[in-house]
Structure formats: structure tokens, C-alpha cells
Design a protein around this ligand. Structure first.
Ligand SMILES: *Cc1c(COP(=O)(O)O)cnc(C)c1O
Ligand code: SF4
Length: 414
């Protein structure tokens, strides 16, 4: 594939300048909350208590609310609720209707437009749930849903059927039952705590859950999926980090989609986690006009690495009801992936996956680098589009490559 056009690399001065701007670490300014005491602003409980959850509040802060946003905010009592922490709200560029932060957390009326292929539970989680709040989809690991609440709500949330409880899903996980199931299933060696956001639990509650899980001898590996380090970095206190480090091996997957989300505050929060020995990964969702762009995704990767976070997955946006306006195409996703591999640090290249609609699980999708397999060689191309041969036959036996005059059998596509 030709890698010109907007897949331009950093030798292009315009691309380079955009990257430099995107990569700057800023602090969230205090904006509307200038008068608030420092101790309040830096308190996670204060941030949670002062979230923006109503249209009235939103209108006061955002005078140029668009009609689509106003209508969207009116409907959130029936769909996914609205909540935005003051800290995160201040990352919004108020003069830009298409601000990538704004579009992730401010509802729009398009959320009520459901395409025929969109469904409430696109990944078939409920059908793989042996007890409430536990999804056992893969042989050796389970997804353990801890709560249905988050610090803020992402408008494309794959679990919007339950998260925030606006649709009356009434999620009441009984940790006893979930833990009992894991005890009875010795094949489970990996538990992924998610939700909702597990870091909304108090340190004490979270510690009690982690220690009960650690008491199960066959559990090797624990991880937490959370967007709190991004929405509410104040929550990553030294006390929380000191508690988490007692439950290693414990990994944390965070969720950042755009480089603007990686502020000075977030970087410091990640450093506290990393210093507590927690390996960090990031999961992003490919979002139309937000991060389906080579410069944005590369800047995100670079900033994540500077925060000691490895880009782990990029998800194709699930077919969740009312998310068409945020969904990018697989074709675009592949172009973005192609613009990363080889062009930047390998640690900075996440795996692009589609969570197969209907419950097939995560399926990796990759740009095609194996062009062809012949009887005596594998034809590959590199990130610059040059073609190379690797001498090996179809059974995996090394071969001396036939000269150009020798006939090669009809190519078979891989
Ligand atoms: C994503 C997911 C996991 C974890 O998958 P990994 O590829 O190991 O990160 C486990 N269970 C469910 C149901 C999931 O959706
Ligand atoms: S933080 Fe995660 S669970 Fe919560 S709304 Fe966002 S995507 Fe959904």
C-alpha cells in the first residue's frame, strides 16, 4: 500500500508540527472552578461530588451548546447517564464543537439513532455470564464486573446497557457468588476486574476484594481495567498505590483515546502506579474524527510511553446502539495501524482488534504483510512497501530460493 497522503511520516514538516503540538503535556486549567480551594480540587471525592450531570449545569459551563448536544443531554435519564468530572471538563476546548474530548463525554442526539446492525449487548457478554457480573468467554480468564458506575461516562460505552443504570439494568453483583464460581473453576488463572470502574470502590472495599481473590490458589494473575487515571487522576493516591502493590502480579489497563487526555496530572498518576510496580497498558477505541488519524494515534503512543504505559489494544468501536456518529471504519483502522508499525517504537504499537459481534471474542486484525506463500518462499513486504523473500516451503521446510528463471507455481493467497 502506498504510504503517502495523510499517512505521511515525521519527515513531513506539517506532520511533525502537528505531532509536536499533540505531544505537549499540559495541566488541566481550573477554568470555572478558579475559586475552589486547592485541597478540594485535588480531592477525588470533591471531583466526584462536583461532576456535571445535568443539562442545566452543562449549559452554564458551555454557553455554545449545540442543539444536538442539548437534546442529547436531555435524553440521558433514559439512556447512558451523563457525568463529567470538573478536571476532565476543563480539557474541553470550548470553542470547538468537534473537540475530541467534548465528543467523548457530552451526549448528542445521534445516540438515539440506532442502526439496524446496532444492539444493546454487541459482544454477547450476557450470554457468556454464568453468574451475574462474571463473563467467562475465554478458557483461562474471566471478566469480573465490580460496579456499574464510572467517574465519567463515555458516549460509546460498550456496556451502556448496564453502566450508569439509566436503562434500569439493575446490576447488583454479589461478590460472594462471583468468587465462588472462580473457586469452583481451577482453569481460571486470570481475573480482570472491570465494570463500571473498579477504582470507584474505596481502598478498603477494593482491598477486601483483591485479598479474597489472592486467597484462591489457582489465580496467578490479576488486572484492573479502569479509566479513572484519565477521568480522575486525583484518585491515584499514594495510599491506593501502597495497597495495590500488596497484590502483585497486578496489571492495570487504562483507557485513553486522545493525546490531550494525557496531562501532567495523568502522567504523575501513572508514575505513582508504575513506581508501585504495576505494569500499565492502554486500551483505546478507534473513534471517528477523534483518533482515527495517524498523527493523533502516533502522538498518543509516544505520550503513553512517556507515561510508562504500553499501548495494548485499539478496539474497533463495538456495534453499540447509538454509536454510529463515533464509529470509524475497519479500513481506516488498518491505515492507522499501518502508519505505526515500523514507523515508530515497536512498544508503541498496540494490537488492533474487533470484538466479534455476537460474542466471538477479540479477533486481531492486521495490515497484510505476507503477500504470498509459494512452494519455496514466503513473500513479505516491509513498512516501506519493499518486497522480500523468506526461503521456506509450504510445510515450513527451509528452501534455497529458486532463481528468477525457474517457474514458480501459481501463487496462492494467504
Ligand atoms: C477482553 C476480555 C478479556 C481479556 O482479554 P485479553 O486478550 O486477555 O486482554 C477477558 N474476558 C472478556 C470477556 C473480555 O472481553
Ligand atoms: S469508563 Fe469504561 S465502562 Fe465506564 S463509560 Fe467509559 S467505556 Fe464504559
Amino acid at each position: 500500500m502506498d504510504s503517502t497522503g495523510d499517512l505521511a511520516d515525521s519527515r513531513d514538516p506539517a506532520f511533525h508540527d502537528r505531532m509536536e503540538t499533540l505531544k505537549r503535556f499540559r495541566s488541566a486549567d481550573r477554568g470555572y472552578w478558579r475559586e475552589v480551594a486547592d485541597s478540594d480540587w485535588h480531592s477525588w471525592r470533591w471531583q466526584l461530588q462536583h461532576r456535571i450531570t445535568t443539562l442545566k449545569h452543562l449549559e452554564r459551563l458551555l454557553p455554545h451548546l449545540t442543539p444536538a448536544e442539548r437534546q442529547g443531554a436531555e435524553l440521558t435519564s433514559k439512556k447512558l447517564a451523563m457525568a463529567i468530572t470538573p478536571y476532565f471538563f476543563n480539557l474541553i476546548n470550548l470553542n470547538d464543537e468537534d473537540c475530541p474530548i467534548r465528543r467523548q463525554v457530552i451526549p448528542r442526539v445521534e445516540e438515539t439513532h440506532t442502526a439496524s446492525w446496532e444492539v444493546p449487548d454487541p459482544c454477547g457478554e450476557d450470554s457468556h455470564s454464568p453468574v451475574e457480573g462474571l463473563v467467562h468467554r475465554y478458557p483461562d480468564r474471566v471478566l469480573f464486573l465490580v460496579t456499574d458506575r464510572c467517574a465519567a461516562y463515555c458516549r460509546y460505552c460498550t456496556r451502556s446497557r448496564m453502566v450508569s443504570n439509566a436503562t434500569g439494568y439493575d446490576f447488583h453483583p454479589r461478590f460472594d457468588k462471583q468468587i465462588e464460581y472462580i473457586k469452583q473453576h481451577p482453569e481460571v488463572r486470570d481475573v480482570l476486574l472491570s465494570g463500571g470502574d473498579p477504582l470507584l470502590l474505596s481502598d478498603r472495599k477494593l482491598e477486601s476484594l483483591l485479598s479474597r481473590l489472592r486467597d484462591i490458589p489457582h489465580l496467578e494473575f490479576l488486572r484492573i481495567g479502569t479509566r479513572i487515571p484519565i477521568f480522575l487522576p486525583q484518585r491515584i493516591t499514594p495510599e491506593l498505590c501502597a495497597m495495590l502493590r500488596r497484590y502483585h502480579p497486578l496489571f492495570i489497563s487504562v483507557h485513553a483515546n486522545h493525546p490531550t487526555e494525557l496531562t501532567v496530572e495523568v502522567k504523575e498518576a501513572m508514575e505513582r502506579l508504575a513506581d508501585a510496580g504495576v505494569p500499565l497498558g492502554n486500551q483505546s477505541v478507534l473513534l471517528q474524527g477523534i483518533n482515527d488519524d495517524p498523527a493523533v494515534m502516533r502522538a498518543l503512543s509516544h505520550k503513553l510511553l512517556m507515561c510508562r504505559v504500553k499501548p495494548y489494544y485499539v478496539y474497533q468501536c463495538d456495534l453499540i446502539a447509538g454509536s454510529s456518529h463515533l464509529r470509524s471504519s475497519v479500513r481506516r483502522g488498518l491505515e492507522v495501524m499501518e502508519s505505526l508499525r515500523g514507523h515508530t517504537t515497536g512498544y508503541g504499537v498496540p494490537q488492533y482488534v474487533i470484538d466479534a459481534p455476537g460474542g466471538g471474542g477479540k479477533v486481531p486484525v492486521n495490515p497484510e504483510y505476507v503477500l504470498r506463500r509459494d512452494n519455496d518462499r514466503v513473500l513479505i513486504r516491509n513498512f516501506e512497501g519493499e518486497v522480500f523473500e523468506y526461503p521456506e516451503d509450504r510445510n515450513g521446510i527451509p528452501q534455497s530460493i529458486a532463481g528468477p528463471s525457474q517457474k514458480i507455481e501459481e501463487p496462492e493467497l494467504v
